[in-house]
Design a protein around this ligand. Structure first.
Ligand SMILES: Cc1cc2nc3c(=O)[nH]c(=O)nc-3n(C[C@H](O)[C@H](O)[C@H](O)COP(=O)(O)OP(=O)(O)OC[C@H]3O[C@@H](n4cnc5c(N)ncnc54)[C@H](O)[C@@H]3O)c2cc1C
Length: 399
């Protein structure tokens, strides 16, 4: 049996940041990861400027800077360019990027163990007290931070899935897209010529019904993906990818000469962030608790910010000796304070635009309206966030 103050499960962006902050706060911290790092993670890899500025991410981890979104929407699929002036949006490959954050956690003093697959939690008198790995190792901690992604074992086994989904008569599938993606290797010069500083966005029911597809160019590969709720797909997910890669009016030409080097599927929690994000002896950050934009599917920024708040709160709780929900509820106040405005604005925008389209009963009309409204939501949020950042910069100057 191994005993720590704080145990973080999952070394994605949320987990590494939580472990880093907990260790910096003086807690004896363990970060557990199922995979061996660096590990591949299916993702567009679009990362917000805030992270790059805050952590001085090395140049070799940043594959590309995006300055425009280009959209291809039925029925005419003409590329429409939407600039993102001053926003700062970067492309990374998740193996290198996530490993870079994990190294920061280790440098801060967190112990890192990889190849440890957590399969259960230890519950005692209503508190989460530890975790158990599939090879029977027991790790006890005063606080467990569940950063183990969309299918969080920590959330399932400590009763949070039942609380979040079951009591509303819903199923986890009602909250998640299933995504499929490929990495396409291409000549660097061709990538520069074809995509420059754009990332691409595609709608259409043949690509991703009531959802969307994307292309993020990196240095020597492009990441192509699509996702949808399973209930809105009427064929297998990979059949949509087959159409997208081979029969779509635009994409096959853009990928000409490329070679698919990797194919993966993954779940993305998309509907809204679950609450509460804390319990007795437990906190959740990132995908484990659905901290993802309901409009764009962006989750790295929210995972990082929530991870930092979770780690800081956990260290404080251990230091004052109170790991009850009473103290840990501060965590939710804290993450709402740093990123709640953005997430809640997007939830509202989503409901006012895309949500209304989804209520339309006629199927053809529903899809047409959805495509229009999703674009409005994406462009609307991009404008809102640019203005929001400018306002904050102005305020910081005045202060
Ligand atoms: C197809 C796709 C495209 C996306 N594109 C973007 C994008 O362009 N930009 C963006 O910002 N977001 C994107 N996202 C969302 C983004 O990937 C997530 O929001 C982000 O990775 C969340 O970070 P996390 O640390 O919470 O979880 P993850 O990054 O999923 O990390 C969880 C970690 O926990 C580990 N783990 C899981 N279970 C266990 C276990 N039982 N025991 C031990 N370890 C475990 C996993 O191996 C993993 O390393 C995309 C997601 C998908 C699926």
């Amino acid at each position: 049996m191994q005993k720590y103050d704080v145990i973080v499960v999952g070394a994605g962006p949320a987990g590494s940041m939580a472990a880093m902050k907990a260790a910096q706060g003086g807690a004896k911290t363990l970060l557990l990861e199922r995979a061996e790092l660096p590990r591949y993670k299916l993702c567009g890899g679009g990362v917000a400027n805030w992270i790059m500025r805050k952590f001085d991410i090395p140049e070799d981890v940043i594959e590309r800077e995006y300055k425009n979104i280009v959209t291809y929407i039925p029925p005419n699929y003409e590329g429409q360019v939407f600039p993102m002036p001053g926003l700062g949006y970067f492309g990374v490959c998740r193996d290198k990027f996530d490993y870079c954050l994990t190294k920061m956690a280790m440098e801060a003093g967190a112990e890192f163990k990889e190849g440890i697959n957590i399969r259960d939690v230890i519950m005692e008198e209503g508190y989460v007290k530890g975790v158990v790995s599939s090879d029977g190792q027991v790790f006890r901690g005063d606080i467990i931070i569940g950063c183990d992604g969309a299918h969080s074992i920590v959330a399932k086994k400590s009763g949070f899935w039942k609380l979040w989904f079951g009591q509303k008569g819903e199923n986890w599938r009602d909250h998640m897209w299933f995504c499929v993606g490929v990495e396409v290797k291409m000549d660097k010069k061709i990538i520069d010529e074809r995509f420059d500083d754009n990332y691409l966005f595609f709608t259409g029911r043949e690509v991703a019904p009531l959802a969307y597809g994307w292309l993020f160019p990196k240095r020597e590969t492009v990441s192509v993906g699509l996702g949808s709720f399973l209930f809105s797909m009427n064929k297998k997910p990979w059949s949509y990818m087959d159409y997208f890669l081979n029969k779509h009016p635009v994409l096959p030409k853009l990928l000409e000469g490329g070679k698919i080097v990797l194919r993966r599927g993954a779940w993305l929690p998309i509907r809204h962030c679950q609450r509460p994000s804390y319990g007795n002896g437990v906190l959740f950050a990132g995908d484990s608790v659905g901290m993802v934009s309901p409009i764009s599917g962006e989750g790295i920024y929210y995972a990082v910010r929530a991870g930092l708040e979770a780690g800081a709160t956990a260290a404080e709780a251990v230091n004052i000796g109170d790991v009850s929900t009473h103290f840990l509820s501060h965590y939710e106040e804290r993450w709402l304070g740093v990123m709640g405005e953005q997430l809640l604005y997007q939830e509202k925008l989503f409901l006012d635009t895309v949500g209304k389209a989804l209520e339309v009963r006629d199927e053809k009309l529903r899809h047409e309206l959805y495509e229009k409204r999703l674009l409005e939501a994406i462009v609307g949020y991009t404008q809102w966030i640019i203005e929001w950042i400018l306002k904050r910069k102005e305020k910081a100057k005045k202060d």
